[in-house]
Write a protein that binds this ligand. Structure first.
Ligand code: ADP
Length: 168
């Protein structure tokens, strides 16, 4: 059984993440999407909410599980006997950070955790959770970025009513 973990903040999950999940689920027998509980960032959604969103959005994929973790990915991977991490690459700007992260994880795990990169589908290359949050906070159209139920949850967080929204 080839198992892999796709770790990330997913605050919130976008269609870009979902594209990586769909494709990784074709490659691996089991894909565990795991939400990082990072207390250095102030998230829009709680870990529980982010897990719920991911579960709802991936319910059509029987080999995808959703979990969360805090602390080092290498510890989480070791405890769960996971040896492959999946990450997405959008542009060259992601590359330097992702390369450093992958090499650090490989070193910290004593060579036991490797990272596999999937390049973003072009239609999602511009998408990031932070830009979607910024657009939503002004009532902008995020229908191409996140599923409708996630959009609703975001507008609720920002207290943006129907009348304050641009056409969805
Ligand atoms: P993190 O804080 O760990 O970077 P993110 O939720 O921002 O968490 O991203 C998780 C992973 O998904 C990262 O590898 C990131 O590059 C990738 N990713 C984010 N958005 C996209 C996208 N639109 N297309 C492909 N990969 C993406």
């Amino acid at each position: 059984m080839k198992r892999a973990v796709y770790p990330g903040s997913f605050d919130p999950m976008t269609y870009g993440h979902l594209d990586i999940i769909n494709r990784a689920a074709e490659i691996f027998d089991v894909l565990i999407v795991s939400v990082l509980n990072n207390n250095q960032k102030t998230p829009l959604f709680s870990v529980e909410e982010r897990v719920k969103i991911l579960k709802e959005a991936t319910k059509h994929l029987p080999n995808v599980q959703v979990d969360s973790f805090s602390g080092l990915l290498t510890n989480y991977a070791a405890v769960n006997d996971l040896h492959v991490a999946v990450r997405g690459l959008r542009a060259i700007t992601d590359f330097e950070y992702e390369l450093q992260l992958a090499q650090t994880n490989r070193m910290l795990s004593g060579g036991k955790l490797d990272t596999v990169f999937l390049t973003t589908s072009l239609e999602y290359a511009y998408l990031s959770s932070s830009s979607v949050k910024e657009i939503a906070s002004f009532g902008g159209d995020i229908s191409k970025a996140v599923p409708d139920f996630v959009g609703e949850m975001m507008f609720e967080k920002y207290r943006i009513g129907q009348l304050d929204r641009q056409t969805r």
